[in-house]
Design a protein around this ligand. Structure first.
Ligand code: SAM
Length: 202
């Protein structure tokens, strides 16, 4: 069984390979240490075409991601320390062809899942590919995210129902929207709220 990271990297590799000639803009929302993007681009024949912005709020993760980016010699990857929940974090990096939303939905309330997905067309170019995860062992969470994608102009392109990590890819088939500065897309919920919602077990 492929682990979550390997599945995300596999989807990322495919959508990079399918991208038309020219620059490929990637955005990673709450990027962590950037394992998915850095490892995938390391051996990609399209690495020189990629312009990626990784947005992460934890300074230690940012430092580690920057170290790995430098080690891999990936000049096109920018690791930004900032609040990925604000549209301002994406100014200058949109519209993206590929968006990564991995390990995010599980920390959001249903209201914020809806608010985030509603805002994604502001980050996307036409037919952008969004690779996201939501653990299927919390079925309401996965369904909530999937329904939000359907509501806001995305169609499913890849998912494996047997994969409990819920790695999934949607494509924007609706219209991209201009980035509106100063808009909040989400806040990570506090632990008590996540326990109540069944997002984390006690
Ligand atoms: C579960 S991890 C996922 C990391 C990575 N995307 C992955 O799949 O491995 C969630 C990450 O979100 C970051 N984070 C939480 N709230 C954030 C915010 N408002 N802005 C940026 N990063 C945030 C955390 O520091 C953490 O690295």
């Amino acid at each position: 069984m492929l682990i979550r990271l390997a599945r995300v990297q596999d989807q990322l590799r495919r959508v990079i390979a399918d991208a038309p000639p020219g620059p490929i803009k990637i955005i990673s929302v709450c990027a962590g240490q950037g394992h998915d993007v850095v490892a995938t681009l390391g051996d990609s024949p399209r690495r020189a075409a990629v312009r990626a912005r990784l947005v992460e709020g934890d300074e230690r993760n940012v430092a580690e991601a920057r170290r790995k980016v430098a080690e891999a010699g990936l000049a096109g990857i920018e690791v930004c320390h900032g609040d990925a929940g604000l549209t301002d974090a994406y100014a200058g990096a949109v519209p993206a062809r590929i968006l990564l939303l991995c390990g995010v939905f599980g920390s959001l309330t249903d209201t914020d899942i809806d608010r985030l997905v509603a805002g994604l067309p502001q980050l996307c170019q036409a037919n952008a590919q969004v690779i996201w995860t939501a653990n299927r062992t919390a079925p309401e969470l996965y369904a909530e995210a999937e329904q939000a994608f359907r509501r806001y102009g995305f169609e499913p392109r890849w998912a494996d129902p047997e994969d409990h990590f819920g790695v999934t890819r949607h494509e924007l088939v609706g219209e991209p929207q201009p980035l509106q500065p100063g808009r909040r897309l989400f806040d990570f919920a506090d632990e008590q709220t996540l326990i109540k919602l069944g997002r984390i077990a006690i």
